[in-house]
Design a protein around this ligand. Structure first.
Ligand code: FAD
Ligand code: NAD
Length: 490
């Protein structure tokens, strides 16, 4: 598609939202020769516009910075002595730890601005609103509102935390994930509503940094239901050992401020209890930012949960308007949104492109980490698909022993007939990095035997994936095979 650089107010593509879905879409559109503008509303605490959306400013990146720092802190205090390293006088400088996080965020968000400039994407700080196909209202942070003309519009306005009437966020005692990333003191007693991904990651951060009590109230009776049962069992045991007090089947019914604390009332098995906490973190999921992104006359179709309705190619009901990322169905993950952004840009340019929604990797960055791709055993059983499984524990892996982290396992599920890998489930040290090998294998249609016949470097954690794949065929070398491994199930 021919670019029209130089004209103002007319674009081939206008993207609304510069999170990982929107900024990636904008860059790829520009790479493909389209005149592209990206509108984004994000401002940091100082009021400065920042690219990168939730992920870079208040999600993936700051949370991983805090997870890394807190893990080092607890390792110095609890693990160094095992290595014969004696350290005295360890103390926490939370201001420096938080400043490091902010500096990482700023470096990366500045980096996107550089990428926009290098690729010729016009960054328009402000609010965007779809008026109709091909027309977008821009209310800039500075200057007058105006209307942009666009051949195509990509909606990528992301999501925000769900709020609870029983625990309204006040930014002081009751926090959402953004507030929980920005604490300037370590609270002694913390409660979290929701033992999902954010609850576990941020609960881990503040427990490692010194919170004495960390209770996670989870409404569901099953812990991490989306995770394979083999991994879930190990995870619950490890988290409880670390002092994360996970209360399943529990509902918070009321909160109130009492003398600088938050008093939380909850119900479990019909009994009501209450306790005061220094902070309460609400992490019960996120909802799409679909409110007021389009004028009513545009007739943009939403589904019953407020997601913009799209088909598998992220086309909305309005010709020339796409929607991607957290704003549409599917897991709320940065890489899922980014892949949708690339697909949409390529399709606008007339190229064939698709996203394989069966192969979206998931990671929970706790310690041990939890990582999976493809289907769980329960999903295969529900679908009536016969499979064989192979499992390998990190306790039998030399590198995991050398790291001092022998907890966890890798499990491979493969089709009983074709041996094609259908799911890989991991819990252990650094498994977020090991998962990519499984993803590459699965996207190339690998069988468990293909992985078994591949040579892995020794000693590495990835050998556990190799051994789990061998176990599917009943022949792991470094573990005594348990009954049922390598046998077909359904
Ligand atoms: P967003 O990143 O939400 O970006 C949307 C952008 O659009 C924002 O900048 C917003 O200001 C802007 N916007 C909204 N409305 C308008 C408008 N009308 N006009 C202009 N701009 C507008 N995912 C992972 O994959 N890995 C992780 O480790 C991970 N960790 C997370 C940790 C936390 C604490 C949180 C909260 C989330 C985490 N996520 C993680 C989820 C991830 O952040 C989201 O899936 C991802 O940011 C979604 O990208 P997006 O581009 O769809 O939307
Ligand atoms: P989540 O869906 O992972 O977990 C929310 C939990 O809260 C669920 O277990 C749910 O059962 C529970 N819950 C809901 N209502 C409740 C109530 N009233 N009382 C008690 N429990 C209740 O959502 P999240 O942790 O808020 O994360 C939001 C999104 O951000 C997720 O979709 C996730 O994909 C994304 N995210 C991803 C990562 C990552 O990839 N590592 C990290 C953080 C966030």
């Amino acid at each position: 598609m021919a670019g029209r650089k130089g004209e103002t107010g007319r674009y081939d593509v206008v993207v609304i939202g510069a999170g990982p879905a929107g900024y990636v879409a904008a860059i790829r559109c520009a790479q493909l020769g389209m005149k592209t503008a990206c509108i984004d509303d994000w401002r940091d605490e100082a009021g400065k516009p920042r690219l990168g959306g939730t992920c870079l400013n208040a999600g993936c990146i700051p949370s991983k910075a805090l997870l890394e720092s807190s893990e080092l802190y607890q390792a110095v205090r609890n693990e160094f002595a095992d290595h014969g390293i004696r350290v005295r006088g360890v103390s926490l400088d939370l201001a420096t730890l938080q400043a490091r996080k902010t500096s990482i965020v700023e470096t990366l968000t500045d980096g996107i601005a550089t990428l926009f400039q290098a690729n010729g994407v016009e960054w328009l700080p402000g609010r965007g609103r779809l008026l109709e196909a091909g027309r977008v209202a821009l209310t800039p942070h500075k200057g007058k509102a105006r209307t942009l003309e666009a051949g195509h519009v990509i909606l990528a306005t992301g999501s925000r935390p769900i709020s609870l009437d029983s625990a309204p966020v006040d930014g002081e005692l009751i926090l959402d994930s953004s507030g929980a990333l920005a604490l300037d003191t370590v609270p002694k007693r913390v409660a979290i509503i929701g033992a999902g991904v954010i609850g576990l990651e941020l609960g881990s951060v503040w427990k490692r940094l010194g919170a004495e009590q960390m209770i996670l109230f989870e409404a569901q009776t099953e812990f991490l239901p989306m995770v394979d049962a083999s991994v879930r069992r190990v995870a619950l045991r490890e988290f409880e050992r670390q002092g994360l007090d996970i209360r399943l089947g529990t509902r918070v019914t009321a909160t109130r401020r009492v003398r600088g604390k938050v008093e939380v009332t909850w119900q479990h098995n019909g009994d009501a209890e209450k306790q005061s906490f220094d902070r309460l973190i609400v992490a019960v999921g996120r909802i799409p930012n679909s409110h007021d992104i389009a004028a009513p006359e545009a007739r943009l179709l939403l589904d019953e949960w407020g997601y913009v309705h799209v088909n598998e190619h992220c086309e909305t009901n309005i010709p020339g308007v796409h929607a991607i990322g957290d704003l549409v169905r599917g897991p709320m993950l940065a890489h899922k949104g980014a892949e949708e952004g690339i697909m949409v840009a390529e399709r606008i340019a007339g190229h064939a492109a698709f996203v394989d929604y069966d192969l979206v990797p998931s990671v929970i960055y706790t310690h041990p980490e939890i990582a999976w791709i493809g289907r769980t055993e329960a999903e295969l059983k529900n679908a009536g698909i016969a499979f064989r499984s192979g499992q390998f524990p990190f306790s039998a892996n030399g590198r995991a022993r050398a790291h001092g982290h022998p907890e966890g396992l890798i499990r491979v599920l493969a089709d009983a007939e074709t041996d094609r890998i259908l799911g890989v489930h991991m819990i252990g040290d650094c498994v977020s990095e090991l998962l990519s090998a499984a993803g590459v294998g699965m996207s190339l249609g690998a069988s468990a035997e293909d992985i078994a016949l591949t040579m892995f470097a020794h000693p590495t954690l990835s050998e556990a994936f190799h051994e789990a794949a061998m176990a599917v065929g009943g022949h792991a070398i470094h573990a005594v095979m348990k009954r049922g491994q390598g046998k077909a199930g359904a």
